[in-house]
Write a protein that binds this ligand. Structure first.
Ligand SMILES: C[C@](O)(C(=O)O)[C@H](CC(=O)O)C(=O)O
Length: 308
């Protein structure tokens, strides 16, 4: 886990292989920074999901309203993908950050940085979290040109990256007023024809809808987004597998765990004047999460003396 060793196959190829097995459903915990990524890797995660919402909140201190740029998202994804190249990282790529040539640039840049997969959606640039109300979408034409750009960039480059088409049509509307379940299915069917590798039906509202969505788009693997407290009811990985989903992301898992814990620690600090006693891990144990021993061993191995 040192980011130095290249795996035998690329992260993208590995993810593609994992997605092709219908008997398995990949579980990808959401990570939003180096610490949560390291903790997920330590837990044995088979795949990581870089949340755009978490990236916006942790890098910018801002809500998920399309404020993160390509540069923010790419740098974050590249850092996460470098920590353990043998574990595929799927990263949010929002709208692709512009027109078709921007989308292609995003796909190439993510792939060259070792990101295994990315998703491109059909919201307008002034986007928002998929589980908020009032989402506005681009037309099918604009969406499909984004996806064609992503697929062409994937195909033209030597590397490999899994292109995931996301639609927000279930809870959003385009300039002609097209919206809802059927519009989402039409968009995902179009995406499948364009040649994307995986489908992301955002904000499914019931288990029946989950079943119908998978049935409606049988040719391409479908993923499921489990946002705690969001529009989609929570189901387990096994249940998702029975319904036919090949991948489940839990984007907010880290944020939902950290926010109440840190709030509680702050309360204790102000009340007692000290940090909570059960939280005395110490710097060594903390840094060990992020490779302290491996980094020092590397230094020693090559004759360094600084960390003897
Ligand atoms: C998946 C998602 O795009 C993300 O940024 O992680 C978000 C999650 C969230 O904001 O709750 C989404 O579903 O839009």
């Amino acid at each position: 886990m040192n980011g130095q060793t290249q795996p035998p196959i690329s992260a993208g190829a590995k993810l593609r292989q994992m997605l092709s097995d219908p008997s398995k459903t990949i579980i990808a915990p959401g990570v939003y920074d180096g610490i949560t990524a390291r903790l997920a890797l330590e837990s044995g995660a088979e795949c990581l999901y870089m949340t755009g919402a978490g990236t916006s909140m942790s890098r910018l201190g801002m809500a998920d309203l399309g404020l993160t740029t390509f540069t923010d998202m790419h740098a974050h994804a590249a850092m996460l993908a470098s920590l353990d190249p043998s574990v595929p990282v799927i990263a949010d790529a929002d709208t692709g950050y512009g027109g078709p040539i921007n989308v292609a640039h995003t796909v190439r840049s993510y792939a060259r940085s070792g990101v295994a997969g990315l998703h491109i959606e059909d919201q307008v640039q002034e986007k928002r979290c998929g589980h908020l109300s009032g989402k506005l979408l681009v037309s099918r034409d604009v969406y499909f040109s984004r996806l064609r750009a992503a697929v062409k960039a994937r195909d033209e480059m030597g590397g490999d990256i899994v292109v995931i088409a996301r639609t927000d049509a279930r809870a959003g509307r385009d300039p002609e007023g097209n919206s809802g379940f059927d519009e989402a299915v039409a968009r995902l069917k179009g995406a499948a024809e364009i040649g994307v590798d995986c489908l992301f039906f955002e904000a499914l509202q019931t288990e029946e809808e989950m079943e119908q969505a998978v049935e409606a788009c049988p040719k391409v693997p479908m993923m499921l987004n489990m946002v705690q407290g969001g529009r989609t009811p929570q189901i387990s990985g096994d249940e998702a597998n029975k319904l036919g989903f090949r991948l489940v992301i839990w984007p907010c898992l880290g944020m939902e765990a950290v926010v109440p814990a840190y709030r509680q620690a702050l309360k204790t600090l102000y009340k007692t004047g000290k940090a909570p006693v059960e939280q005395n891990m110490g710097p060594n144990a903390l840094f060990e999460i992020c490779g302290l021993k491996e980094l020092m061993a590397f230094d020693r191995d090559v004759g360094g003396k600084a960390y003897d």
